[in-house]
Design a protein around this ligand. Structure first.
Ligand code: DC
Length: 218
């Protein structure tokens, strides 16, 4: 049975998550937040005594972990039965995810866990390599980006709103470093997939981006 897929690739902080969730809800399709799979593995690895350089051990952790996703209004993720949602958004988790995502062996263990989300009536898949690697055959591909400064500012505002102390300059540097690592890695680097619709959200509202993406499906 053919299950349509809409992929949204792009760097960290471009608004992929908000846009993908809203579009999936409007279409009534399933939603894959692939970053949360890498982040869940990062939480599992940080909990274990495994070194971030020990690829074989990281793969063992990835193969053994059981993940449950509840994609309601708020995404809830359980790792081996325990709710880890609150740990997924931290900078340590994100940076660790970016480090372990460099290994092709790790990516290949996580590949099937992502493909399992392709179920009727359709899938909106959000991540770095959705259109370029995981769902290469997707009919509609989007590459959503924004300048590093704008993405850092958005992240800064989110943290301040949550009452978390934040430093804009440091966040900008971390975003630039993560972009570099995601773009330069040999395995599935962040890239604009062939045939993707390129959207720069730097001066667009979230609603404008959502409208543009939904129009592509219509
Ligand atoms: O999208 P995110 O910030 O939640 O992702 C965290 C890290 O996980 C990101 O820096 C790289 C990795 N990742 C990846 O390599 N491929 C994906 N499809 C999603 C995330």
């Amino acid at each position: 049975m053919h299950v349509p897929v809409l992929t949204i690739d792009g760097p960290s902080g471009a608004g992929k998550g908000t846009v993908s969730r809203a579009v999936a809800k409007l279409l009534g399709w399933n939603y894959l937040d692939s970053g949360s799979i890498y982040r869940s593995l990062a939480v599992a690895v940080l909990k274990s005594s495994v070194e971030l350089t020990d690829v074989t051990a990281i793969c063992r952790v990835a193969e053994a972990m059981s993940l449950e996703f509840d994609c309601g209004d708020e995404l809830i993720v359980k790792l081996d039965g325990a709710d880890i949602t609150s740990q997924l958004g931290t900078e340590t988790t994100g940076n660790t995810a970016s480090v372990i995502a460099v290994y092709p062996e790790v990516r290949s263990v996580l590949l099937q866990k992502q493909k399992d989300f392709q179920r009727l009536p359709g899938l909106v898949a959000d991540g770095r390599d959705m259109g370029s690697v995981v769902f290469q055959d997707a009919k509609i591909k989007v590459y959503l980006t924004a300048s590093a400064e704008e993405r850092a500012l958005r992240r800064y505002k989110q943290l301040i709103e949550k009452g978390i102390d934040a430093n804009l300059l440091q966040i900008t540097r971390e975003i630039e470093e993560r972009d570099r690592r995601d773009q330069q890695r040999a395995a599935a680097p962040l890239t604009v997939p062939e045939g993707a619709h390129y959207i720069d959200s730097s001066s667009l509202t979230i609603q404008q981006v959502i409208d543009q993406v939904v129009n592509l499906v219509d």
